[in-house]
Design a protein around this ligand. Structure first.
Ligand code: RM4
Ligand code: MN
Length: 382
């Protein structure tokens, strides 16, 4: 296996919203130089690709990235050196959605939500994007508040309508999340629910695993192995969690878990164009562009280690029942320092071996602080 060639071909997608201001419900801290519009977000995302060489696409979030002319935005992306990735829909920030979007008891609200999802497919057509990401904050807070089963029926109806609108080379990824903002029932709380809905719909519906959307202790690599085996793993929203949906940098909280996930991806034949490696993070207190560069590097390091697993030795140990030997094969790969290998790879790609240092020396951070004066900074939810 040519580890370097596989790493060179890796494709990690950055999220436009990571470049805007973000925070918690307690406070959003503004940072200087933050983009004022989607054009500037794409310019910042292009820096991540410029210094890592493996982040060539950027996910958009609608309506946060709404523009008059999407073809023009896609052209701008190409001009700065990136492409448009997944289109993330947003049916969680309108007053109408207080009791749900596609599962709302009122048919008028459901229609509005479905209309937004269909609009997102129009945007895919205009930008050339092949992937729609669906995340629903829908749920209920109190027992008895609404009919749990009827909400599943409404969800299924909405998903079929959106599915029918997809072009032949488009797909949607259904995201699940245990809780928040709903605190009693979430309508798509886990991979099983997402999987069952996608299975009924067909091959253009797949599950996306957001690593921050599970209960503590959940074995995410098992979910990955299972979904891949069924051809239903569409991609990842990578981030780290210590407590809930913390949206910290991927690989920061538990690099070993990230390695175990990447091993299952590779083992299951998911290392290729069909499984999207997307970042879904917020940089509340750290600078955003370096935060994204670090995150891309963390994914690369976990991938490199997973690619180094001696699969033949592992197979032998497993089939002979050598528990400790099998575990040692995996740990040897995990404990390898892959930073020199990645440095070499970057030099072969005509990049600086240390993207963090190279970005800091580039002057881009100072340039955007000086240039981006006035206007309203982009932020999570605006
Ligand atoms: C949600 C979900 C979506 C992301 C938004 C910003 O929790 O993870 O994927 O688009 O947050
Ligand atoms: Mn997500």
């Amino acid at each position: 296996m040519d580890v370097k060639a596989l790493l060179r071909a890796q494709h990690i997608e950055t999220p436009s919203w990571a470049f805007g201001n973000s925070g918690t419900r307690f406070k959003v801290f503004a940072q200087r130089g933050v983009p004022r519009d989607p054009y500037e977000k794409l310019a910042d995302a292009a820096q991540v690709h410029r210094f890592t060489g493996v982040a060539p696409t950027v996910a958009l979030h609608i309506p946060w990235d709404r523009v008059d002319d999407y073809a023009d935005l896609a052209r701008h992306a190409r001009d700065v050196g990136v492409g448009i990735g997944a289109i993330n829909s947003n049916v969680f920030q309108d007053d109408d959605y207080m009791l749900g979007s596609v599962t709302h008891p009122d048919a008028g609200v459901r229609r509005k939500a479905i209309g937004h999802l269909l609009e997102c497919v129009d945007i895919m057509d205009a930008t050339g994007s092949g992937t729609l990401k669906l995340w629903f904050s829908d749920g209920i807070n109190y027992p008895g508040q609404d009919d749990i089963r009827a909400r599943q029926d409404r969800l299924a109806d909405a998903l079929s309508e959106v599915y029918a609108r997809l072009g032949p080379s488009q797909r949607f990824l259904l995201e699940y999340k245990l809780f928040e903002p709903a605190f009693y029932v979430t309508d798509v709380p886990d991979w099983g629910t997402a999987y069952a809905h996608c299975l009924r719909l067909g091959p253009q519906a797949q599950v996306v695993v957001d690593t921050g959307h599970h209960a503590p202790g959940t074995n995410i690599e098992f979910i990955v192995a299972f979904l891949l085996r069924e051809g239903k793993l569409g991609g990842f929203d990578f981030n780290s969690r210590f407590y809930a949906d913390d949206d910290l940098m991927v690989g920061a909280a538990d690099p070993f878990q990230l390695f175990r996930i990447m091993y299952e991806v590779i083992r299951g034949g998911g290392y290729g164009p069909d499984v999207a490696f997307m970042l879904d993070q917020c940089h509340n207190i750290e600078p955003k562009i370096p935060g994204q560069i670090r995150s891309v590097m963390n994914v690369q390091e976990a991938t490199a280690k997973a690619l180094l697993v001696d699969r033949a030795a592992l197979g032998d140990a497993q089939s002979s029942g050598d528990v400790l030997g099998a575990n040692a094969v995996l740990m040897d790969a995990y404990n390898t320092d892959v930073r020199p290998l990645l440095g070499e790879l970057r030099e072969e790609m005509s990049l600086a071996p240390d993207p963090m240092k190279a970005y800091a020396a580039s002057g881009y951070a100072e340039k955007i602080v000086a240039e981006r004066v006035g206007g309203a900074q982009a932020g999570w939810g605006a």
